[in-house]
Design a protein around this ligand. Structure first.
Ligand code: TRP
Length: 449
């Protein structure tokens, strides 16, 4: 059977950017930026994106397209029977973890969409919001609602993945991503034209390094991987569906640019509004669930903009969850010659079950901590700040030292048929800069050195 694949350049870009752009940009980036003091954190984040993110992005695309296979077998095809395939094993494992807690937050978004559409959300006053939100997410006891929404997210994701690459992933990404961009631009204009908005712009763009900690640097690195969907072979898997004529270096740049632009745009939507209404930027994960509705509450046409914003986050999260699910689905389908449908249903169920403790950690399991972290925080920290950077480290080492820059550049230039001016910079970044950078940040911030 012919392997499924993308049908157009725009389709590839929409799907890959759709993977990258998600809760990471609209929920995680604003709140960790808020917690880490704003512009200085963003600057470190951009450095990580530029020096480490772009090379790793290209590396994943190159490996996937060369091998035309899934996360694990790709390494095996390029270097048979070598330990490098452990990188793919780690990737598949990380996909289970990330999707399990990602669906918790995506579930909250869908819970809010339901309430925004029925007009219920706009009738809640700012003073009542924390309690209102608390009730929604307080899983456990008699309130099973968040688990139900998590289930809904997994079912939608599963359906699209079963449909395959062309008829599922590509089709929905092409439709959803342009809508997302349009909505964000409308919201950014609204936010920037509020009185007092400039304080938020300052928070985003005027760095104050005294507010940045060592952990902040690890967060920035981890988030660069998280936001670009790097380090667990998602982009590698999508790369395996790209045809041999496509230009990979420019694709890597475009995906990275789109992701970064959307994160900054989300910041421009959120912070000017937060400051204009005298709220605090560092409220944490509930920033978009409590702080923002407060903003919308007192804004002209607020309930309309609130609904737009939620729908947009819902869209962005689904184009990301499908890319996370695709990693294990493609592996198990191809390796065990099982039907895509069976594999998807099985894996979706396992991830749903794995995700329940994360959802419950905001309710009945709230007091249970491991290494001082709730179950949700532990999953997020382990996957985002440790496993993804380690994955990125291994991918860089594989290209730089295992397979060799020469082979990688050959694939990146379609066998020398297209120009790649930055090939030597890519080689240097992949051999030295990225591995050493990741290694040092990992050791330093985890307290080893
Ligand atoms: N990048 C997505 C976001 O920002 C989430 C995501 C999708 C992801 N696939 C991934 C994160 C792979 C890490 C690895 O929301």
């Amino acid at each position: 059977m012919k392997r499924d694949g993308f049908s157009s350049r725009f389709g590839i870009l929409a799907a890959a950017a759709g993977s990258a752009i998600g809760l990471g940009n609209i929920w995680r980036f604003p709140y960790i930026t808020g917690e880490n003091g704003g512009a200085a954190f963003i600057l470190v984040y951009l450095v990580c994106i530029f020096l480490i993110g772009i090379p790793v992005m290209l590396s994943e695309l190159v490996i996937g397209r060369n091998a035309q296979s899934n996360a694990i077998s790709s390494f095996d095809k390029i270097k048979p029977n070598s330990p490098w395939k452990f990188t793919g094993v780690l990737g598949v494992l990380t996909a289970f973890i990330i999707l399990s807690f990602y669906s918790t937050i995506a579930g909250w978004v869908f819970a809010y969409i339901g309430r925004a559409v029925t007009g219920q959300l706009s009738s809640i006053s700012p003073a009542e919001l924390p309690q209102y939100f608390g009730n929604i997410i307080n899983a456990g006891g008699s309130n099973l609602e968040p688990i139900l929404w998590q289930f809904v997210v997994m079912v939608i994701t599963g359906f699209i993945v079963i449909a395959g690459i062309k008829k599922g992933v590509e089709k929905y990404s092409k439709l959803l991503m342009p809508i997302l961009l349009g909505l964000l631009v409308v919201l950014a204009i609204r936010s920037l034209t509020l009185e007092g908005a400039y304080k938020g712009v300052e928070f985003l763009f005027k760095p104050d390094f005294s507010s940045l900690s060592v952990e902040g640097v690890l967060e920035a690195l981890g988030h660069a991987f998280f936001s670009l969907s790097l380090g667990m072979c998602t982009i590698l898997t999508y790369g395996s569906y790209v045809n041999k004529k496509e230009r990979l270096p420019s694709l890597a740049l475009q995906i990275t640019f789109a992701d970064t632009a959307i994160a900054l745009l989300a910041g421009i939507v959120i912070f000017p509004a937060v400051f204009a209404y005298g709220l605090s930027p560092d409220s944490g994960p509930d920033l978009i669930f409590i702080t923002l509705p407060t903003v919308f509450y007192s804004m002209p046409f607020g309930s309309f903009f609130q609904m737009l914003f939620l729908v947009l986050i819902g869209i962005a999260s689904i184009t990301s969850t499908i890319s996370l699910l695709e990693v294990p689905v493609s592996y198990f389908t191809e390796e065990f010659k099982l039907s895509r449908k069976k594999v998807t249903i099985l894996i979706t169920s396992i991830i749903f079950l794995l995700g329940i403790p994360s959802t419950l950690s905001f309710g009945s399991l709230g007091d249970v901590t491991i290494f001082g972290k709730t179950f949700f925080d532990l999953m997020d920290f382990t996957a985002s700040n440790i496993l993804l950077p380690v994955g990125g480290l291994l991918i860089s080492l594989f290209i730089g030292w295992g397979w060799g820059i020469r082979n990688a550049v050959k694939e990146a230039t379609n066998d020398g048929n297209i120009e790649f001016k930055l090939a030597s910079a890519y080689g240097f970044a992949t051999k030295y800069l990225a591995p050493i950078g990741i290694f040092v940040i990992l050791l330093y911030s985890t307290g080893v050195i």
